[in-house]
Design a protein around this ligand. Structure first.
Ligand SMILES: Cc1cc2nc3c(=O)[nH]c(=O)nc-3n(C[C@H](O)[C@H](O)[C@H](O)COP(=O)(O)OP(=O)(O)OC[C@H]3O[C@@H](n4cnc5c(N)ncnc54)[C@H](O)[C@@H]3O)c2cc1C
Length: 394
């Protein structure tokens, strides 16, 4: 049986009042602290240190970590709604706690009891923050082609290789990192293992990327040269399970990207609607021209469909069901909805869309990433089709 099938746990449910209180707190924070500083951080690509401290105070770094380890233990549905709300204003900051929570989910789902005790409370409080390190210069989609090697040496592992495009690489200090413990293994996934690596001698930050969008969050290389860690940093303390552990964590990651897509699609719609009601041509607001109404109708429908698909996947995750197909559908549809809605919003803004004075250009730049991260949309469609064919044998 695949590890992913055994390790998913049913999550706690929360009542509507509790969920509403989280959403209200997020709304207040967005209004008072976040919205006023978005342009400054985005346009100057400055990591939002103050906001990160506030996120820790609100418990966002432990949002999905169980309460017994100091987290909020939120179900994926509430978590997705929080991510949607924040992303409808500024998607990039959700990346600071999302990659971190995927790392935490790998430890929580697959770690030994002592690994959970050691790491999860510090992850939940935000004392230790980090992310997920899978991609390498030669291997993104084809994860089994990675070249990072972890060699057992008495009570330690020694790691050598380079990871790239790692979110939070500069400002984070700890990562769930995929390496080959048996590079000759066939099939290749059997030789892969997932480690908790923290910043210490032998691990350095390499090239930092200057990106089109997704500003203010760092993306960089992690370079490991004779990097030595105790053997108990191997998640689950059993070699050969890393591929399933890493891809199992992507279910929550895909729900998160879908939620970000919903937020971007919603935010684009909100901005476009406000603008279309103010901007006048031919003596009336452009919202009264049918050509603009067709766009708004499509945008509203896409945003709603994306939200429903995302909540559907999150509910399956909360029930403890395997949901790679549902999460893939949500990620695929919501990320395309984000791109299409932001493009349509750009058209509704006309020439002003091209000015950095308005927010809409940021939605356009940020939304394109959603089609790439946590598995490209090309791959999502293949995963969906394979699962569909499995469910419908000839
Ligand atoms: C801003 C940003 C942040 C990121 N953060 C992280 C992070 O925190 N951690 C991390 O590990 N990675 C991260 N990534 C990396 C990201 O996960 C990869 O870029 C992604 O998985 C795609 O891999 P690739 O770029 O190597 O593209 P490739 O794998 O080279 O793919 C190139 C193209 O070929 C297509 N393709 C490839 N194989 C197939 C196939 N079999 N069938 C059909 N089409 C195929 C792809 O869909 C794509 O269109 C980040 C990337 C970006 C841009």
């Amino acid at each position: 049986m695949a590890i992913a099938e055994t390790a998913v746990q049913e999550r706690r449910t929360i009542d509507l009042d509790e969920e509403r209180s989280y959403m209200d707190a997020i709304d207040r924070w967005l209004e008072r602290e976040v919205i006023p500083v978005i342009k400054h951080h985005d346009h100057n690509d400055i990591w939002p240190e103050e906001l990160v401290g506030q996120m820790a105070e609100m418990g966002l770094f432990g949002a999905t970590i169980a309460q017994e380890y100091g987290g909020l233990g939120l179900p994926a549905t509430t978590y997705a709604k929080i991510v949607m709300r924040i992303s409808s204003h500024w998607m990039a900051i959700t990346g600071i706690f999302n990659s971190h929570l995927i790392m935490a989910a790998a430890v929580e789902r697959f770690g030994t009891p002592s690994q959970k005790e050691a790491w999860l409370p510090k992850f939940a409080s935000g004392e230790i923050r980090g992310g997920l390190a899978l991609t390498e210069p030669n291997a993104g989609t084809d994860l089994q082609a990675i070249r990072m090697v972890a060699r057992r040496d008495a009570d330690d592992y020694v790691l050598n290789g380079t990871k790239t495009w790692i979110s939070n690489a500069v400002n984070g200090s700890c990562f769930a990192l995929l390496a080959k413990t048996d590079p000759a293994a066939q099939p290749r996934y059997k030789g892969m293992s997932l480690f908790i690596v923290d910043k210490r001698q032998g691990l350095s930050v390499g090239k930092q990327f200057d990106k089109l969008g997704y500003k203010a969050i760092d993306s960089a290389e992690l370079v490991l040269e004779d990097y030595r860690i105790p053997a108990n940093h191997l998640i689950g303390e059993e070699e050969g399970r890393g591929f399933f552990q890493a891809t199992g964590g992507l279910e929550l990651g895909r729900i998160n990207i879908a939620a970000r897509g919903v937020g971007l699609a919603d935010g684009s719609l909100r901005h476009a609607t406000e603008y279309a009601q103010q901007r006048e041509t031919m003596g009336k607001p452009i919202a009264q021209h049918q050509a603009i109404q067709l766009k708004l109708g499509d945008m509203a429908t896409r945003a709603r469909a994306a939200r429903l698909l995302t909540l559907d996947a999150a509910q399956a995750y909360d029930r403890g069901e395997r949901c790679d197909m549902e999460a893939g559908m949500a990620k695929y549809f919501a990320s395309e909805a984000a791109v299409e809605n932001s493009q349509e919003a750009m058209r509704i803004y006309g020439g002003y869309s091209y000015s950095k004075e308005y927010d809409i250009e940021r939605y356009y730049r940020d939304s394109l990433l959603m089609c790439i991260g946590e598995g490209t949309n090309e791959m999502q469609r293949i995963i969906i089709a394979k699962q569909h064919l499995k469910n419908n044998p000839a």
